[in-house]
Design a protein around this ligand. Structure first.
Ligand code: ZN
Ligand code: ZN
Length: 243
């Protein structure tokens, strides 16, 4: 009876406020749950089949590592591994931008669920003990009202059964926008931008950083530097999308 009522309410709402696909704008069926239509959802694609063993970047030709991670360079990174659920395409971009810029915080539930489902595809992340979302600079977080990485981490945590630590890491320096910087510039921009405020919570642990997008991995590297300096045993990273 309750189900029938809830369906009736949904049908009524659909009539007055039809929901549309977040990516392509097509109308969604009245009983469709996800924010993407079935074809946009189907277009969400995992990176690969060939990816860099360290940073997870899609490799066009063979080899184990991308140019930036090749040879002895791999060992210099404090972030040991970066893995992502999906490549950046029209559908994943719509979700990331919606969560980040359109105040569509409800998307985190769906995105975190997808991240949780795809998590098992990356057995190399299985040793993680605690999730740490990439923090925002406080002023930026206040303006948006939430930190999108924290919302994703909390949803992901529900699916993979790990604790979330939102207090361990802080962004202590506001960084300039990364879009115009090259790889080296991005790494320098992020060095020293983060600080581990609670080393005792992190010491000796395998930390899994969570963020919405990885581009060059500079932000994740900045976080990993702070966490390793505070005594983290290992730092891994998992993002929703890979640019
Ligand atoms: Zn669509
Ligand atoms: Zn790489």
């Amino acid at each position: 009876m309750q189900k029938a009522w809830s369906n009736l309410v949904k049908l009524f709402l659909h009539f007055w406020f039809p929901r549309t696909c977040f990516a392509c704008g097509r109308d969604l069926a009245w009983n469709h749950q996800a924010p993407l239509c079935p074809s946009c959802e189907a277009s969400l694609t995992a990176p690969g089949p060939l990816i860099c063993q360290r940073c997870g970047a899609v490799l066009k030709s063979g080899g184990a590592h991308c140019y930036a991670c090749r040879g002895s360079k791999t060992r210099q990174y404090k972030c040991a591994l970066i893995r992502s659920s999906f490549v950046f395409n029209t559908s994943s971009r719509a979700l990331v931008h919606g969560l980040k810029y359109a105040r569509a915080d409800y998307l985190a539930r769906y995105m975190g669920k997808l991240m949780g489902r795809r998590f098992a595809q990356h057995p190399e992340l299985a040793g993680a003990e605690v999730l740490v979302p990439v923090p925002l600079f406080p002023k930026r977080g206040r303006r948006r009202g939430y930190n999108q990485s924290e919302l994703l981490a909390r949803q992901l945590a529900r699916h993979i059964g790990l604790p979330v630590d939102t207090q361990a890491l802080a962004r202590v320096r506001n960084t300039v926008s990364q879009t115009k910087l090259n790889r080296q510039g991005r790494l320098q921009n992020m060095a020293g931008a983060f600080l581990c405020k609670r080393p005792f919570d992190i010491k000796g642990k395998v930390v899994l950083l969570v963020d919405d997008v990885a581009t060059t991995g500079a932000t994740l590297e900045g976080c990993a530097q702070a966490l390793r300096a505070a005594g983290a045993k290992k730092v891994l990273a998992y993002t929703f999308a890979r640019e």
